[in-house]
Design a protein around this ligand. Structure first.
Ligand code: EPU
Length: 427
């Protein structure tokens, strides 16, 4: 298994191109199941999770054509065409590797009137049940049965009638599934307390481009008027606000100045607000975001929350940054119950962090030191990379397949701004 070798202490300076958003792409791709016409997605990041989802789509008889395959290209243009669905089963072997596979449930049910999707099983950051996805499908008129580790869903009268559902907890994935199921329903659907993350807006924009009728886009109450059929579309995936926020933390911890080309300052709102409170200068314009730090970082109190609150996907990276801040910071993780797996690894690098349930107390230290570390999930792994960039000496980050799931060409992008980082094969 590959590792990353990072020599800390280099001030980052220059420009990093921001890729298409992984979490938007993972909900835009299954929209191809909703139409027999081609769906072309531009700016799709080249990531293990996207490759995995493309493979999953082929299981249903969807053709996948990748253009722009030159190795130097960031992003891809990929056309998905589901002329006819040949299969409606998402098998355990694929779903267990990629939880986002559950996002085929809604569109498959809408188009084929049935879907069988493996239950995803456990996850490193929490229990992550899918009960809300299933309740939303039932509210729209689906019948659901759980058997042999699979969810079997079908529409008793051929198509979904549509219906009303109030999410008891804000869920990004369940909102996405409900939206994709509702667009082809026979009647209207009202979703209340829906997630309003920018990735949901991206999904609504694509569905609208395909001919869907959605009211309230960007808000937490959505009304969807089902239509008889959807057409194909060509659509550009939004920039990755979490990737951009991660590199902002990387720049800040080294006292550097980095331009995040293509990032959307508005979508990064809560992250940028947190960075400014930490003492980092953040300037956003129409084409990107520039981050500048002078080495002095202030302790802050942060709590994760659904959008427009601070993304849980930024918690680990901000924590790494706060390890070097003056004073004591307090972080509260409200979304996932087990998202502090990076804490013991950061402490092995000289950080001083204590956790108590969902709260982490970060006592700032003068110096982090390189170590051999590994993490159990994507954002946790990124927090170790950020700490390593400021640490004294060499850090080896193991299990970087987590990073390959969510950061397109991480080491190349960091090299662009002067980091000493290389990928080495395991001996
Ligand atoms: N939840 C339930 N029941 C459900 C669904 C969710 O109780 O049926 C709970 C979850 O356990 C969690 C909360 O609701 O406590 C929010 O989970 P949500 O459904 O919003 O998360 P998700 O859709 O599974 C997406 C991202 C995650 C990101 C979360 C929160 C994708 C593919 N994944 O997950 O991204 O952390 O939203 O913003 O979009 C990552 O990129 O590293 C990542 C984990």
């Amino acid at each position: 298994m590959d590792k990353l070798r990072i020599i800390g202490g280099h001030r980052l300076s220059g420009t990093i191109p921001i890729s298409g958003a992984k979490n938007a792409a993972l909900t835009l791709i299954p929209c191809a199941l909703l139409t027999d016409e081609p769906l072309t997605l531009r700016n799709l990041p080249r990531l293990a999770d996207i490759d995995g989802f493309q493979h999953l789509m082929t299981q249903f008889g969807v053709s996948v054509n990748i253009a722009g395959k030159r190795p130097e290209d960031f992003g891809r243009v990929v056309t998905f065409e589901a002329t006819r669905l040949t299969n409606t089963v998402a098998p355990y072997d694929l779903v267990r590797k990629m939880r986002a596979s559950i996002l085929v449930l809604g569109p498959m049910l809408a188009r084929a009137g049935e879907a069988t999707v493996s239950l995803p099983g456990g996850c490193a950051i929490g229990n992550r049940p899918i009960d809300l996805h299933l309740k939303a499908m039932e509210a729209l008129g689906a019948e659901i049965e759980l058997a042999q580790g699979y969810v079997r869903a079908h529409c008793p009268d051929g198509g979904l009638p549509g219906g009303d559902f109030t999410f008891p907890v804000v869920s990004v994935g369940a909102t996405e599934n409900a939206l994709m199921a509702a667009v082809l329903a026979k009647g209207p659907t009202r979703l209340s307390n829906a997630a309003r993350e920018p990735e949901i807006v991206d999904l609504c924009n694509l569905l609208t481009a395909m001919g869907a009728e959605i009211e309230g886009v960007g808000g937490s109450d959505l009304t969807i008027h089902g239509v008889d059929r959807l057409n194909g579309a060509t659509y550009k995936v939004m920039p990755d606000r979490i990737e951009a926020g991660s590199y902002a933390c990387a720049a800040a911890i080294t006292g550097g100045e980095v331009r995040l080309e293509g990032a959307d300052g508005e979508e990064m709102g809560a992250t940028n607000h947190a960075l400014r409170n930490i003492g980092v200068e953040v300037e956003a314009d129409k084409r990107g975001v520039t981050v500048r730090a002078d080495g002095r970082l202030k302790a802050v109190k942060l709590s994760t929350a659904p959008y427009p609150g601070l993304a849980t996907d930024m918690q680990a990276q901000l924590m790494a940054l706060l390890c070097r801040a003056e004073g004591t910071s307090v972080l509260n993780e409200t979304i996932f119950e087990n998202r502090y797996m990076h804490v013991p690894e950061l402490n092995r690098m000289g950080a001083h962090i204590e956790t108590n349930g969902r709260t982490a107390i970060v006592h700032g230290v003068d110096q982090l030191t390189g170590a051999e570390v590994m993490a159990t999930d994507l954002r946790a792994s990124m927090s170790l990379v950020i700490a390593a960039l400021a640490a004294q000496g060499e850090t080896l980050v193991r299990r970087i397949y987590h990073l390959d799931r969510g950061y397109e060409r991480l080491e190349e992008k960091l090299q662009l701004v002067g980091a000493e980082i290389e990928r080495i094969g395991d001996d």
